[in-house]
Design a protein around this ligand. Sequence first.
Ligand code: 26V
Length: 824
Amino acid sequence: AWKKFTPKGFTTPEEFEKECVRHIETTLARSLYNCDEFATYAGTALAFRDRLVLDWNKTQQNQTFADQKRVYYLSLEFLMGRALDNAMLNVGMKDVAAKGLSELGFRMEDIVSQEHDAALGNGGLGRLAACFLDSLASLNYPAWGYGLRYRYGIFKQEIVDGYQVEVPDYWLDFNPWEFARHDITVDIQFYGHVSKYQDDNGTSISVWEGGEIVQAVAYDVPVPGYQTENTNNLRLWASKAASGEFDFQKFNSGEYESSVADQQRAETISAVLYPNDNLERGKELRLKQQYFWCAASLYDIVRRFKKTKRSWKDFPTQVAIQLNDTHPTLAIPELQRILVDQEGLDWEEAWSIVSKTFGYTNHTVLPEALEKWSVPLFQHLLPRHLQIIYDINLNFLHYVERTFPKDRDMLSRVSIIEESNPKMIRMAFLALIGSHKVNGVAELHSDLIKTTIFKDFVKVFGPDKFTNVTNGITPRRWLHQANPRLSELIASKLGGHEFLKDLTLLHKLENYVDDKEFRKEFQEIKYANKVRLAKHIKEANGVSVNPSALFDVQVKRIHEYKRQQLNIFGVIHRYLAIKAMSPEERKKLVPRVSIFGGKAAPGYWMAKTVIHLINQVGKVVNNDKDVGDALKVIFLEDYNVSKAEIITPASDISEHISTAGTEASGTSNMKFCLNGGLIIGTCDGANIEITREIGENNIFLFGNLAEDVEDLRHSHLYGTYTLDSSLQAVFDAISDGMFGDASHFSALVNGIVEHGDYYLVSDDFASYCKTQDLIDEAYKNQEEWWTKCITTVARMGFFSSDRCIDEYAEMIWNVEPLPPKQEQ
Ligand code: 26V
């Protein structure tokens, strides 16, 4: 049962204005004479924050008092986006504030857009963590997030002459949503050596000595739930020199530079988010980040547990820790170290506690993304942890040897240590061995990990250790906030906003599929969202696009496996076809706007080449008088969460076209469908569950299947392969210099023509183009088109992150919700 929400503090526009103005004048010490939109944003945020912190404090007290099992979600990335609109939704006074702001002469939309995104993530994995926090809070689970407080989030992308340029994202100038806890600090050790001593009973104990200490300082961010007082905590750690100051000895003896340098070196640990997504590079600073954050978080979790005075065997019944990919895997040897070296438990007892506490989520099968650390580097930075990992491995291999005495190769295949030069630690194996459950993020992906990277482990541990939790998204941000008019339309038909708490209620919309009035409003809303995006495109790119055209969107990180190159080759194919048409034929076309957005990792040349090609194609196509409205090509700069909130509701078709078997889940596919856009996609990731839920008639699937990928790759390398003729025509246009200097794109083309076409672009090209033609045909039949869109929305209930979190809670964490205490 949901507690009835009763607002406190300001309740009228006038009271809100008073609070807002008070904060501007006192908290910010700004004069009202030059009160601009930013100051008004700040005042508004602080007014809502005041109300948020009361709920937050109460929730934390309640959780401590209730003394039940808690969940800790460890993630190096939390891609939160903006917080104010979400705070207003959850505190529940947005209308009042809007009225107040308008009396002060401002529009709510302008004020909300003053906020800088909290962009502490790369893409899907980080945004999933943010959606999970929203669901955990909304469902009243006692849960904390633990992460790093990066001074610089994901870089800002600028497009200069068609090329990506990276600009630092300094986002902390004004952040009203964080609370520095200067009193909550943890000393974190690095380097040094391990000594063995005998204790009084003659047992040997290992002590990690020497090295250097860096201090972790806690910064807390409130995470409010929807229509509940429950407000969880996201704790982010910042690094600081251990003394908190520069070295006074050095300072007093005049070595100013080196004393400041030490301090800067400490602060470097939490300075910047690594901008690689799906590419592991083995950098020492990254390993330092991981240990720093794991050690601080575990110290904090253990400290909280110890206050309960329970015995250690209760630890796994009080604490569930979820590892978001392998990035927090060091938490496993760290907990073992705390229990054995510091708390004096024997190895077996400690290991039993450790392996009951952790759950591990895998988010990728791409081999280049699997984390490995070189043993020498690890030995240098974390000598005691290396010993512990060796012991974990030894015990594990003994067990495997006993169970499979005849399979000698098995031992080297499942060993945590890869016998290469240098030796490497396979973090995914350590995470798996140290956890009681391992899950993938969509059905196909969860099946694939059992037959590929973790095949041998299914034999060792049995199939029950592996499970699937198909990803989800929060309907609060991705429907209600991003598309308020659609949310209101749905609410008007379903008799309220309950669907935002139970998304399966959307199925009732199917009753309105044939309702004329409903269909008209649904279409008007899509059109208005497209007008809004067209306005943004005009401002940002200087290109006018027709809002009645079919908007075709692909926004996500740029990666070869996601195949933006397939999309842009398809666009070129379309352009060549238009050029070959008579003016009469062109008039019959469904006009199309191809919209791209996404960042390339700074060192990923192929991805940067794709961005360049998209921009070059746009330059040619958008200025070609023959083409006019028939085709426009747009690259939107600096794709991020707040831009996604504008783009997602405005799409007619979005592209989820990864090589089958490579995209673990995808989550934007869910966002587009929930907002009444259709998708073109491969049989990959969660596209498969989406198809099952919405029906094959409502999705445009194409391309080869995952089970055929291996053979196809083989045929490229050893067979006689002939390139599809229309793809050849696209390549000819590129080499003729139609889109500028052809040499810029030779690596991209040669990767397909000469180097085995690893992502099978040529194999899927014909099928992709044919499906795009089907989309044009389908769009011409507007009645059927809108039936598909509405049916899709109605059948998206499964993809709420609330469903997802309930599945984790039941199958992996074994935790129960803790409803907020009713007020007396
Ligand atoms: C890996 C690495 C490797 C080391 C350097 C930094 C870094 C940063 C992120 C990652 C994670 C790659 C895995 C990932 O992002 N997977 C995505 O997870 C989404 C949520 O489950 C899923 O929807 C996407 O399909 C999947 O690609």
